[in-house]
Design a protein around this ligand. Structure first.
Ligand code: HEM
Length: 196
């Protein structure tokens, strides 16, 4: 008996395609927020980043998430965001964790949004350095590349997304998780910049 090849799109391809409108919305929100117009505005962005990263890192404790993403340690930027806020003379904001109750496979969608945002962060990092005089040691740690480099960290994450360990039947739930994570970040930006 012959089996036909599996021509279904990979999970990473589906995520990129099916959340493209959400990513576009982030651009629109960031343009409206204009976080590089001043250090004060930038600190509002970092406050949103801090709360989002706490939501994401909350998921790291789940053994099922750790099994799905073997190199989880070292990912996440909550501590970096908190240190940046301190550099800027801001207290870390206090809020409930928004990802309580989120589990696999949705959790992987939250991680996708966080890890993917490290790619766009290359542009934001440049702006933070050039416009606001910040650096990977002061104020812009949360936008700096992981030690292994953005491309390598992303490639390894995509390999985890597209692993056979995640059957196609789980993919819709991962995409739902990504949409929830984008919604959360969008809400945090709206709250921090009072543009809701
Ligand atoms: C103005 C702000 C932003 C810019 C300029 C930007 C830019 C980019 C760029 C250039 C890429 C790489 C695209 C590619 O290689 O094909 C990317 C990917 C991505 N960004 Fe953004 N981004 C921004 C904000 C955000 C935010 C706020 C989030 C989420 C909180 C986000 C999530 C993602 C994700 C998940 C990907 C991976 C897409 C994929 O290949 O599946 N981005 N972004």
């Amino acid at each position: 008996m012959t089996t036909s090849p599996d021509t279904r799109p990979t999970l990473s391809a589906r995520l990129k395609q099916e959340t493209a409108a959400q990513h576009e919305r982030m651009h629109t929100l960031m343009e409206a927020a204009d976080p590089f117009a001043s250090r004060e505005g930038y600190a509002r962005f970092v406050a949103a980043q801090y709360l989002f990263q706490r939501d994401v890192e909350h998921l790291f404790a789940d053994p099922a998430v750790r099994a799905a993403v073997p190199d989880l340690d070292g990912r996440g930027r909550a501590d970096a965001s908190q240190a940046d806020l301190a550099d800027l003379g801001w207290e870390a904001p206090v809020a409930e964790i928004a990802s309580t109750g989120v589990a696999m496979p949705e959790a992987l969608g939250w991680l996708y949004v966080s890890e993917g945002s490290t790619l766009g962060a290359a542009f934001l990092f440049k702006a933070a350095k050039e416009t606001l005089g910040l650096s990977a040691e002061f104020g812009a740690r949360n936008l700096a590349a992981y030690p292994e480099g953005r491309a390598t960290a992303w490639r390894n994450f995509v390999a985890a997304l597209d692993s056979d360990a995640l059957p196609p039947g789980t993919h819709d739930a991962v995409i739902a998780g990504a949409n929830a994570a984008y919604d959360r970040f969008g809400q945090l930006l709206a709250d921090m910049f009072e543009t809701a």
